[in-house]
Design a protein around this ligand. Sequence first.
Ligand code: PMP
Length: 404
Amino acid sequence: MYDINKVREDFPILSRKVYDRPLVYLDNAATTQKPLCVLDAMREEYLNVNANVHRGVHYLSQQATDLHEAAREKVRAFIGAAKTEEIVFTRGTTEAINLVASSFCEEMMKEGDEVIVTDMEHHSNIVPWQLQANRRGIVVRHLPFDEKGDLCLDQLEQMINERTKLVSMAHVSNVLGTVNDVKHVTTIAHKYGIPVLVDGAQSTPHFHVDVKELDCDFFAFSGHKMYGPTGIGVLYGKEEWLERLPPYQGGGEMIDKVSWEQTTFERLPFKFEAGTPDYVATHGLATAIDYISALGLDQIATHEQMLTHYCMEQMSTIDDMRLFGTSAHKDAVVSFLVGNIHHLDMGTLLDRLGIAVRTGHHCAQPLMTRLGISGTVRASFALYNTKEEIDILVNGIRRVSQMF
Ligand code: PMP
């Protein structure tokens, strides 16, 4: 049984008040709250273990290294990767995508070569490619989505040509909530020998991801969106790809031998991890993985699906409600506008009722342009949200609507 009250006790912040009202935290796609076990694990490491990792011969350094490398193994198992060599720690999804954009383009792409993204990408899967377009003259193409917010996958094959070198796509849209059919994309792309990068920022918190099943070549995600600390993320890459790509940043930890004449690089995954890693955050991330694994990702998914369906159902009873993203494959994100009420006004007034939602373009301006709007209000759910909180949201929206 999924005991929501017990789950909520693990997150003390959820019982605080804002403006003298109980906090209703529905901005989980931006970042999730952290359970006590994650905070405790990180405090304990700073208190009793802290030492720089990998090179130290002393006891504390070895203990910190063991925790850091155990976290890598935990992440490997969590996403079903074959080897820990394929798990690169980064600062987050953004850095992971920038790493691939920089190293992949350097090694694999020439002027005029093309990368295909989609119309529903977060800026972090658009701008790194545009930077490469400016620097190297690569071309960024984008696959459209339909009225419901489903990708027009039937157009993908027509977009592929001999200049296409990579497909890079969101697993789950942070605005529409659409869960994209990655397996379908990898099957098509691989027919032409084209690798696929998946932005998993919004999928890893919500359902079980298996990179071998998806058969993606790269997969990026962030710790802070799945109950772990900020500042830590992961790039998974198939070993054969990571071997082929040049390093992203240079510095300590990523080298084998350095001389004025020639420098050689460390083996995987260290080749891509220049500088002191955030070894306390990796331990925090591993603890978050333990936490969600103990609750069970399938149970979490069922709970959040229930919340998403309930929310969509309740929202559609509100006058002048416009819901963005009505795909049958939708997850934990509800984006909306009511009548002519500006998203910022709606968000600000909901905030006064204790309800934390996101407003604006959600770092997806091309998606907003495609929808012909400047932004939405977005409610996004986590494992600790309740039906009662959705009732408070829906009543809050009704109350705000009546003010206009
Ligand atoms: N991609 C998607 C789909 C996201 O929702 C986000 C975070 N809003 C990111 C990438 C960027 O994640 P981060 O800021 O943790 O690097």
